[in-house]
Design a protein around this ligand. Structure first.
Ligand SMILES: *Cc1c(COP(=O)(O)O)cnc(C)c1O
Length: 488
């Protein structure tokens, strides 16, 4: 194939080739910029690829085949809950009655969409044991920020202006301290015990009248259930603070226990994790925020409410925490999550947590000989290894992750949480079969064996992917996101 590398043009392009044809008579001499002032017209034609439709179809189909997704293989990415996304969700979310709605349409014309919003908010309140939900935030981290704005507003409206500190466990997801900082709060870290749970003795001296609240994740990012929550709830509330629940791991306890019953005041849920809406590659997601009774008025504007005649309307409250998004969240994601809840039904929703926990423990127990398990015992929906059990091989967690790609798996989450040097965080989710888990276990064991017998093959992995091992820092800082032939 002849390619013009010097001009840095699109690789498949050939001068003069067109992907469309228009009736000559009608369009000969037609100027696209007709009516555009002379000084705004470009002087040269843009350098666009000159390709046929067939070239484009092949190009994108081939690219998509190089991609990895939950629809192509097992995706045990800890903390991300990469469960199956049922196809019926897509069908319902794509229904023109919803997709064709204009976001500015008045409430009289959007009753169906508002009903979906209202019903999903009510379902989330029921599964979480809280009083009311907003679906407006666009992601988990956005939900955290919204929740912290509510927490701040709660103290401000009580005239309690000293409370500007938020306590965050050392095991927390990075978004927790980041959200607190964006909200203008100071972050105070509380340590974990050797069992991986929040250290109550370390927490006690941190509690005073400057504490706005604590952010907790349960089960935490180690996949361990925080057993001291009743005591933590008592201590934090006694000192005047509120409890925030990072619900990213709700999948583990869905149907078993509820954050509201544990004493939490505010929480977010990641619809794109627990409620099966597709994510990865940065979105789209949705991060509904719920509050306990007495805090409903602080939810962001607008709120979807129902009047005495059963009509839905948008309400705004002067005392709220303000606006956090345009319109009503990522509505397509809301449609999918609502469909998921309805198709599972009340009884099956209760099985989500227990099956996710069963799968995680099954994989953990099978692999803990080959991989080092720093915290023993029953985990919840995910668990963390600290690299290989045999530390003499020189094979790192990064090497293992890369080698798994050769075997057709998405890598687990690596080097998070930060509590261990060689973290490998595995979350199988409830939607994988025993056969898939057994195959994964066999491959993980094989990689551990290779690390001992032939470490070079692991250290130089991947060998069979479209690109080999990248310089990850350069790839992250200077990503090349076009398909152009690059110079140098
Ligand atoms: C995923 C995750 C978040 C952030 O959620 P996003 O939707 O990615 O913004 C926060 N906390 C924990 C524990 C998570 O796993």
């Amino acid at each position: 194939m002849i390619r013009n590398y010097d001009k840095l043009i699109f690789e498949l392009s050939k001068e003069g080739r067109e992907g469309y044809s228009l009736p000559r008579k009608q369009f000969d001499g037609y100027c696209m910029c007709k009516g555009l002032p002379e000084n705004l017209r470009r002087e040269s034609t843009p350098e666009l690829p000159e390709v046929t439709e067939f070239d484009v179809v092949r190009h994108y189909t081939n690219l998509s085949n190089k991609n990895f997704g939950v629809d192509t293989g097992f995706y045990p990415l800890g903390s991300c809950t990469m469960k199956y996304n049922p196809r019926i969700n897509e069908e319902i979310a794509a229904h023109p009655a919803f997709t064709q709605l204009h976001p500015e349409a008045p409430a009289e014309c959007t009753q169906g969409a508002l009903e979906v919003y209202y019903n999903l908010a009510a379902s989330l309140a029921e599964v979480s044991g809280l009083s009311a939900f907003t679906l407006n935030p666009y992601a988990g981290a956005h939900g955290e920020l919204t929740g912290l704005m509510i927490m701040r507003q709660y103290h401000i409206q009580r005239g309690d202006l000293k409370r500007t500190k938020v306590i965050v466990p050392d095991s927390a997801h990075g978004t927790n301290p980041a959200s607190a900082a964006v909200c203008g709060l100071q972050i105070v870290e509380v340590k974990s015990t050797a069992n991986g749970t929040v250290d109550v003795e370390d927490l006690k001296p941190l509690l005073d009248d400057t504490v706005a609240g604590i952010m907790m994740t349960n089960p935490n990012t180690l996949g361990i259930f925080e057993t001291e929550i009743p005591e933590i709830s008592r201590l934090v509330h006694e000192c005047g603070g509120l409890l925030y629940y990072d619900g990213a791991n709700l999948n583990a306890v869905l149907g078993k226990c509820r954050p509201g019953d544990m004493g939490f005041d505010i929480m977010h849920i990641n619809l794109h994790k627990t409620f099966s809406t597709p994510h990865g590659g940065g979105g789209p997601g949705d991060g509904p925020v719920g509050v306990r009774e007495g805090l409903e008025h602080l939810l962001p504007n607008p709120q979807v409410k129902k009047d005495a005649e059963g009509k839905f309307y948008l309400d705004t409250d002067e005392a709220s925490s303000g606006y956090v998004s345009n319109f009503l969240g990522n509505f397509g994601v809301i449609m999918r999550a609502y469909t998921y809840i309805l198709t599972l039904g009340r009884e099956n929703v209760k099985m989500v947590g227990p099956l996710a926990v069963l799968n995680a423990n099954y994989v953990k127990e099978a692999l803990k000989g080959e991989y080092y398990l720093p915290i023993e015992g029953v985990c919840k929906h995910e668990f963390v290894f600290d690299g290989l059990a045999d530390k003499s091989t020189g094979v790192t967690t990064l090497d293992i992750a890369k080698r798994l790609l050769d075997y057709g798996y998405h890598a687990p989450t690596i080097y998070f949480p930060l509590l261990f040097h060689q973290s490998i965080m595995i979350e199988p989710t409830e939607t994988e079969s025993k056969e898939t888990l057994d195959e994964f276990i066999a491959v993980m064991k094989k990689v551990a064996q290779e690390a001992i017998e032939n470490p070079e093959v692991v250290k130089s992995a991947p060998h069979s992917t479209p690109v080999r091992r990248l310089d990850e820092t350069t790839a992250a800082r200077f990503p090349k996101t076009t398909y152009r032939q690059m110079k140098g």
